[in-house]
Design a protein around this ligand. Structure first.
Ligand code: GAP
Length: 457
C-alpha cells in the first residue's frame, strides 16, 4: 500500500489536497496522470452503460437540490454513522470500525457480525470489552453522526436557510423522473445514469482515496414494472454487467473480486436486497460497487414530498404504475484506486503499472534517441504530432533511453516509440512493449494501426 501511495504521489496521480496548508483529512486531488485515468474510467463507464445501450439515458443534476428532496428520501435522520469520541483527544471514530479492528484475530469473537450491530449494541460492546481509541484512551457512548453535509444558501449571517450537498447522485434522478418521461420517447424498462460529485461527512481517517468526504459516483437507476419483470432476474443481469465491466473493460483480476450480501441490519433504509461487489484492496476486502433493489420507495417518497404525480403511464394500456428500481452505484475514485492496486507490479529492477492500454494516462510515448540531433527531433516531432491528434502521447527527449523507459513503465504507458538514425534512412521506428519489454522495428506508416491493435486488448 505504501509503495502504491508513494508511486501515485511521485508520478503525479494523486496529491493530498491543500498540502501546503498541512492537508485536509480525507481529501485528495488528482494530478496530471490521475486526472487522465479518472477521465478514462468515467468515459468508459458512460460509453458502456449509457451510449452502448438503447434502454439507458444520461443526466447531470445539481449538487444542491431542494432540501425537501432529502427529507422525502429519508436521508435527513436516517443517513448516519455511529460515532464515538476519544475522551482525551476528542478525536472521533466510527464505532463499527473500532469494534471491527479490536475483534480482528480474537478467536472467541469470530461469530460477532459488526454490520448487524445497532448503535446501542456497539456502545454496549465497547463498554463491556473496554475498547480504547487508537490513542489508548477511553471513548464516549456511540452517537448518531449525520453524513449529509449542510450548507446555507443565500442567507444572511444567523439566518438558517439550510440546504444539503447531495449524499448520493440518485435523488437528482428520482426528482427528474417525470421530466425525462415527458421529454423523451423512452419506455419501461429503462435506466437513467449519472456521474457526479457526492459529499459525506466521513470521519474515518486513512485508507487513502478509498473513503473521502468528496467523491464521484456513477449511479444507474433502472426502472421497471414489477408485474412484467422479475426483479431477481434483472438484479442478476445487472450484477453480471458490473462484473463484466470490472473484469473485461477495466482488466481486473477475478481472484480479487467477490460478491457479499448485506445483512438485514446493514441494509440501507430504502433497500429490499443489497449486494456489494468487493475488491481485495491491500487493507482487505472492501466494497467497490453496490447494487440495491430500491423497490418503488424513492419515487413514492418524492411523490409524497412534492405532491407531484410521478407515475408512469403505459403507452399501450394507459395503465399508471409507480416503477420499481434496481440501482448499481459505484465510486469512480474507488475504480481508480482498484485499477492502480491491481496493475501495480514490481519486476526485477522496475516498477510497472500494467493498466489496460485503453485506460492508461498516456497511450504512447515518442522519443528522439538523442536530444542534440535536430534531424532526429524533427522526425520524431512529426510522429508525435500525428499520434497526439488521436492518442494522448508523451514527448520525452531528456536523459538516456533506459531511464525514459523506466519512467513510462511507472506511469503505465503501453508503448514507447523511438526515432533513431536508422529511422531517417528506412522510415522505421522501434516500438517497445511495456509488459514484455520486447522491441520491434516497424514502418512509420504502420504505427497508428499498431497502436489501434494494442488498445483493443
Ligand atoms: N445511491 C446509493 C449509494 O450511494 P453507497 O453504497 O452509499 O450507495 C455507492 O455508495 C458507492 O459510492 C460505493 O459502492 C462506493 O464505491 C462509493 N462511495 C460511497 N461512499 C464513498 C466515500 N466516502 N468515498 C469514496 N467513495 C464512496
Amino acid at each position: 500500500m505504501d509503495r502504491i501511495i508513494s508511486l501515485t504521489k511521485r508520478r503525479g496521480f494523486i496529491y493530498q489536497t491543500s498540502e501546503i496548508y498541512g492537508g485536509l483529512a480525507n481529501g485528495y486531488d488528482y494530478g496530471p496522470l490521475g486526472v487522465e485515468l479518472l477521465r478514462n474510467i468515467k468515459e468508459l463507464w458512460w460509453k458502456k452503460f449509457v451510449h452502448e445501450r438503447n434502454d439507458m439515458v444520461g443526466l447531470d443534476t445539481q449538487i444542491i437540490l431542494h432540501p425537501k428532496t432529502w427529507e422525502a428520501s429519508g436521508h435527513v435522520g436516517n443517513f448516519a454513522d455511529a460515532v464515538v469520541e476519544d475522551t482525551v483527544t476528542h478525536k472521533r471514530y466510527r464505532a463499527d470500525h473500532l469494534v471491527e479492528k479490536w475483534i480482528q484475530g480474537k478467536e472467541e469473537f469470530h461469530d460477532v457480525v459488526v454490520e448487524e450491530m445497532t448503535i446501542e449494541e456497539l456502545s454496549e460492546f465497547i463498554k463491556k470489552n473496554n475498547i480504547k481509541s487508537p490513542d489508548g484512551n477511553t471513548v464516549s457512548e456511540s452517537k448518531k453522526f449525520d453524513l449529509l453535509m449542510k450548507t446555507h444558501l443565500g442567507s444572511l449571517e444567523g439566518e438558517q436557510d439550510t440546504v444539503y450537498l447531495r449524499g448520493e447522485t440518485a435523488q437528482g434522478i428520482f426528482t427528474n423522473f417525470k421530466n425525462v418521461l415527458d421529454s423523451t420517447r423512452i419506455k419501461l424498462p429503462f435506466g437513467i445514469g449519472q456521474i457526479g460529485k457526492s459529499f459525506r461527512n466521513e470521519i474515518t481517517l486513512g485508507q487513502y482515496i478509498f473513503r473521502t468526504f468528496e467523491f464521484e459516483q456513477g449511479e444507474i437507476e433502472y426502472f421497471f414494472d414489477p408485474e412484467k419483470e422479475d426483479w431477481k432476474q434483472l438484479f442478476k443481469t445487472w450484477q453480471n454487467a458490473m462484473w463484466n465491466f470490472v473484469v473485461q473493460d477495466l482488466g481486473i483480476q477475478e481472484k480479487n473480486l467477490r460478491w457479499r450480501r448485506h445483512t438485514d441490519t446493514e441494509r440501507s433504509h430504502y433497500s429490499k436486497d443489497t449486494y456489494d461487489l468487493d475488491y481485495q484492496f491491500p487493507f482487505g476486502w472492501k466494497e467497490l460497487w453496490g447494487i440495491a433493489y430500491r423497490t418503488d420507495y424513492d419515487l413514492k417518497q418524492q411523490m409524497k414530498g412534492s405532491s407531484v404525480d410521478l407515475r408512469y403511464t403505459d403507452p399501450y394500456t394507459q395503465k399508471k404504475i409507480i416503477p420499481h428500481v434496481i440501482e448499481p452505484a459505484v465510486g469512480m475514485n474507488r475504480l481508480v484506486f482498484m485499477t492502480l492496486c491491481d496493475s501495480y507490479c514490481e519486476e526485477n529492477d522496475r516498477v510497472v503499472l500494467k493498466i489496460k492500454p485503453m485506460l492508461a494516462p498516456y497511450t504512447a510515448a515518442v522519443f528522439p534517441l538523442v536530444s542534440n540531433k535536430q534531424e532526429l527531433i524533427t522526425y520524431a516531432e512529426k510522429i508525435f504530432n500525428q499520434l497526439s491528434a488521436q492518442y494522448h502521447t508523451y514527448w520525452d527527449d531528456r536523459g538516456n533511453i533506459g531511464k525514459r523507459y523506466r519512467y513510462q513503465d511507472e506511469i503505465g504507458t503501453p508503448l514507447c516509440i523511438t526515432v533513431d538514425y536508422e529511422s531517417l534512412e528506412t522510415h522505421t521506428v522501434t516500438i517497445r512493449d511495456r509488459d514484455t519489454m520486447k522491441q520491434s522495428r516497424i514502418a512509420v506508416k504502420d504505427v497508428v494501426s499498431y497502436i489501434a491493435n494494442i488498445i483493443k486488448k
